[in-house]
Structure formats: structure tokens, C-alpha cells
Design a protein. Structure first.
Length: 323
């Protein structure tokens, strides 16, 4: 290696590429000899062997790395030599497919939303008795009513002097509730629940649109409600009874927002799964029609009672539980 001359090093900095080969090719002298007696020759032999072994290992590693570098350079050159036309065509086709699918999904969502809003003017809870719900919520001050599609419940809560906050994603329902003097916000229920603190609610009523999701999302919604409800606070889930022949065979399928019919009994199991106490069932609207049971034949009367229990049960039920 060149002598340690600062002035020469400064000159080499002006042309570093010219000076680099000299340093890379320079031999670094090493004297393995030991002049200490009586073990000097043995130390010299061992030291020389280790240095030669280390030099061989370093040269092998450098040679292997050189092969790897050459292979990588050649692979990059081959990729660069290929025409990217086929790859560009494939990428364009994939992007077009995704763009078409996204456009179709957006159009479907808009049409579904418009269809749901068109049918939202129909009171799905017409004829239902809100008295059991009002009885459970009486004396509560911090209430949340999710979905404002049941005007009868809003009127009953107002007559009982029970204040609440309504949450509904439908602008028309929110405007109608505000016109009646209620506190209502246009927002999804899960978004509203995430904004609330733990134990900040004295009670909640859940019905309609928040339940028109997958069952997994319903469980998440119930867990959020359990977090925001105070200890002992009631939760009322108002649902149509799809086990009833009239509801399950006709009315539930007329609602374009329904994903799958879920009977009240299944909701009762789900609220327990979410950590609530064992719920009770209340009938809000009984069956409008049923089979006549006053027949002379006792066996036929028993069959009629069984059919009424299976097919003509309560049309709208309330699942009532507490934290």
C-alpha cells in the first residue's frame, strides 16, 4: 500500500476512480513469525495456518458473491431486453376489470339505497304496542334509539316525558324526528357508538337498519352497546318475528334492505353471546289471523293449537336484556 502521505491522498481525491484500482489490488503484508522461545516456531505455524485459512475463506466468499452479482446483472439485462408490451396489456386488462367491477358495485349500492329509501315510508311497525318498551325505559335519562322508522315509539316516549337521542342514516327519518322536537342525528349506529364513552348510556333501543347486516357485525354492534351502557342499563331489540307465517313468508321479503331473516329467538342467543344477561321476550304485535281452535274434535283442536304456535306466533317481538 502507498505510504501515508496526506498531500498525495488529496491529489487522489481529484480522480478517485483512477486511484481505486491501486488500493484494491494492493498486497497487505503480514508476518506470522514469532521470535519468542521456546514456543515461537509452534506459534508461527499455527498463526500462519489460521491466516491462510481465513484468506481462503474470504476469497471463496468473494468469488461466490461475484458469481451472484453477475447472475443478477444478467437477469436484469434479460428483463430489460424483453418487450413490456404484453405485461402492459395484461396490467391494463386487470385495471379495466377492476374498474368495471367497482362501477357495477357502486351502481348496485346506489340503487339498493334508493330502493330502501323508497320503501322506508311504509311503517314496518304499524300496529305494534310500544308500551312494553316504554315501561322498560321509564326513568332513564340518557337513551339511544337507533333507527327512527317507528313513529309510534317516538310518540309514546314523548308522552311519557322520556328524552332520548335518535340515530338514523336516513335523512328523511332524521328530519321527521327533528320536526317532532326530538334530538336526532344522521349517522350510522356503529359510528355513533364508537364516539361514546364507556358507561355513558342508561338504555338503548335497537331496531331496523342497524340489524340489516351480517350476524358477525350484529355481534360487534352488541359488544359496542355493552361497552357504552351503564351497569344494569336495559337494551331493547325490536325485531319482526320471521317465524310467523305472515312475516316470514311475505312482509320480510318486501323490504329490500333485509339480508337474511333472523327470528327473535336467535337475537336472544346473540345478546347472551355478547355478554348481556339472559333476555326476556315481549310481544309487541300479535298475529292478525290464526286457525280456529274451537272445533269439536279434540285431536283436531290440538293440531290447530300446535299450528298456531308454529306458524301464527307474535308478528313483532322485543328482546329485552340488561347489562
Amino acid at each position: 500500500m502507498r505510504e501515508d502521505d496526506p498531500s498525495r491522498f488529496v491529489d487522489e481525491l481529484r480522480e478517485p476512480l483512477v486511484a481505486l484500482p491501486h488500493y484494491f489490488g494492493a498486497q497487505i503484508p503480514y508476518d506470522p513469525r514469532s521470535r519468542r522461545l521456546p514456543f515461537g516456531p509452534a506459534v508461527t505455524l499455527v498463526r500462519g495456518s489460521l491466516v491462510r485459512l481465513l484468506r481462503w475463506w474470504l476469497l471463496s466468499a468473494l468469488e461466490r458473491q461475484d458469481h451472484v452479482n453477475r447472475l443478477l446483472v444478467r437477469a436484469i439485462e434479460q428483463l430489460d431486453e424483453r418487450s413490456p408490451h404484453a405485461l402492459d396489456e395484461r396490467l391494463t386488462a386487470i385495471e379495466e376489470t377492476w374498474r368495471t367491477r367497482d362501477s357495477a358495485e357502486r351502481a348496485e349500492l346506489l340503487e339498493s339505497t334508493a330502493l330502501t329509501q323508497a320503501f322506508a315510508s311504509t311503517d314496518r311497525f304499524q300496529g305494534a304496542d310500544p308500551a312494553p318498551v316504554v315501561e322498560v325505559l321509564r326513568g332513564r335519562t340518557r337513551l339511544l334509539v337507533s333507527d327512527l322508522s317507528w313513529p309510534g315509539l317516538a310518540n309514546a316516549l314523548h308522552e311519557a316525558s322520556i328524552t332520548y337521542q335518535g340515530v338514523d342514516p336516513d335523512a328523511a327519518s332524521v328530519a321527521r324526528s327533528r320536526a317532532a322536537g326530538a334530538d336526532a342525528v344522521q349517522r350510522n349506529t356503529d359510528v355513533q357508538l364508537r364516539a361514546l364513552a364507556d358507561g355513558s348510556l342508561d338504555g338503548a333501543v335497537l331496531m331496523g337498519s342497524p340489524l340489516q347486516v351480517s350476524l358477525g357485525h350484529v355481534v360487534v354492534l352488541f359488544r359496542q352497546l355493552r361497552r357504552t351502557l351503564a351497569s344494569g342499563a336495559p337494551l331493547v331489540v325490536v325485531v319482526p318475528n320471521t317465524d310467523s307465517l305472515r312475516i316470514g313468508a311475505r312482509e320480510v321479503w318486501h323490504d329490500p334492505g333485509v339480508r337474511r331473516p333472523v327470528p327473535p329467538g336467535l337475537y336472544a342467543e346473540i345478546v347472551e353471546l355478547a355478554g348481556f344477561a339472559k333476555p326476556e321476550m315481549r310481544t309487541l304485535r300479535a298475529a292478525g289471523t290464526s286457525l280456529a281452535e274451537d272445533v269439536a274434535d279434540p285431536k283436531l283442536a290440538a293440531n290447530m293449537r300446535m299450528l298456531n304456535e308454529l306458524l301464527f306466533g307474535a308478528e313483532i317481538s322485543a328482546v329485552i336484556t340488561r347489562k
